[in-house]
Design a protein around this ligand. Structure first.
Ligand code: BDR
Ligand code: CA
Length: 309
């Protein structure tokens, strides 16, 4: 089993990603680290616990991580994920003592085990860990990150995707200083992962706790997509990073040297050096193609596997 830490900002689609990861026997989730993003880290922490409770996995440790970006003010996304971060479902909170120190937890596990990170939020925890102890950080086997937009347009501006737009300085720090293999599961691919109204209704008909949870937390998200983009159904980005981590044939792309814009109109946008202007070695695998049908089959089959009689 591959050991992973899920670094995330739950978040509706982060929650779906955690559910998929915990339903997958190829990986062992050794911990969940929280970063501010969709909501402030404190709310994200509570949401992670709610998902773990649903999955009957409160044994997985959750660590509170960074609250604020490296240089900019924090901008959260309650318009997309609801005030509570879980589509305003207001699921009861779990009364557990908060564990602090996500950065130290990442470094501790990296020093002891072969660790990979699935990053589903902004890069504050990763940049801090790298800054704190570069040698230990470099023991991390790989980072698979949902973030960025390349050929596709952004979701915060024409060029910027939310996770990288929230804290481009941390992304820049990692791109410039980390030697850990990095894959970007960009909006180019996640945009094709749509939970349609029909799929939501089908899931509801399963009449089980997980189905009800998914149906409930995505209601707000679906409404948002309709209001914002006049699209039916919601784009569920983050579980694709988990799925790709497990099955590399689900997505494809190319290696590039990638940098990021940290100020001005195009802030948060990626500079993917297709033309080799920087004359630098690649530092990132940028995914641009996805088999969305196989993803959706995998997602549903794994999460609802207990329904198979
Ligand atoms: C990313 O931003 C967040 O809103 C989602 O959770 C996802 O990680 C998509 O741009
Ligand atoms: Ca996320």
């Amino acid at each position: 089993k591959k050991k992973v830490i899920i670094d995330c900002d739950p978040g509706i689609d982060d929650s779906l990603a955690i559910m998929l990861a915990l339903s997958s026997k190829e990986i062992e989730v050794v911990g969940i680290t929280i970063v501010s993003g969709n909501v402030i880290n404190e709310k994200g922490y509570k949401n992670a616990l709610k998902v773990l409770k649903l999955m009957d996995r409160l044994d997985v440790p959750v660590y509170m991580g960074e609250a604020y970006p490296r240089k900019r003010e924090l901008i959260t996304a309650e318009d997309t994920h609801g005030e509570d971060g879980l589509g305003e479902t207001n699921i009861p909170e779990i009364d557990l003592e908060v564990k602090r120190g996500a950065v130290d937890f990442i470094l501790k596990v990296a020093s002891q085990e072969e660790l990979s990170i699935i990053a589903l939020g902004p890069f504050m925890n990763l940049a801090k860990a790298l800054e704190k102890d570069k040698d230990t950080f470099h023991k991390i086997k790989e980072i698979v990150s949902m973030g960025g937009a390349f050929k596709s347009f952004g979701n915060c501006s024409q060029v910027a995707e939310f996770n990288y737009w929230v804290d481009p300085d941390s992304v820049e720090y990692v791109l410039h200083n980390s030697k850990v293999p990095l894959t970007m599961v960009t909006l180019d691919v996640t945009r094709e992962i749509v939970l349609t109204p029909n799929l939501r209704e089908m899931i509801k008909q399963f009449h089980d706790e997980k189905g009800d949870f998914i149906h409930d937390i995505t209601r707000f998200y679906v409404d948002f997509h309709w209001k914002q983009e006049r699209t039916l159904g919601c784009v569920i980005n983050d579980p694709l990073a988990v799925a790709y981590f497990i099955d590399r044939t689900l997505c494809s792309g190319s290696e590039y040297y990638v940098d990021i814009v940290t100020e001005g109109k195009a802030i948060g946008g990626l500079l993917v050096d297709e033309g080799d202007f920087y004359r630098k070695n690649s530092n990132c695998l940028v995914l641009t193609k996805v088999d969305s049908k196989r993803f959706m089959q995998m997602f549903l089959k794994r999460i609802f596997k207990n329904n198979e009689k």
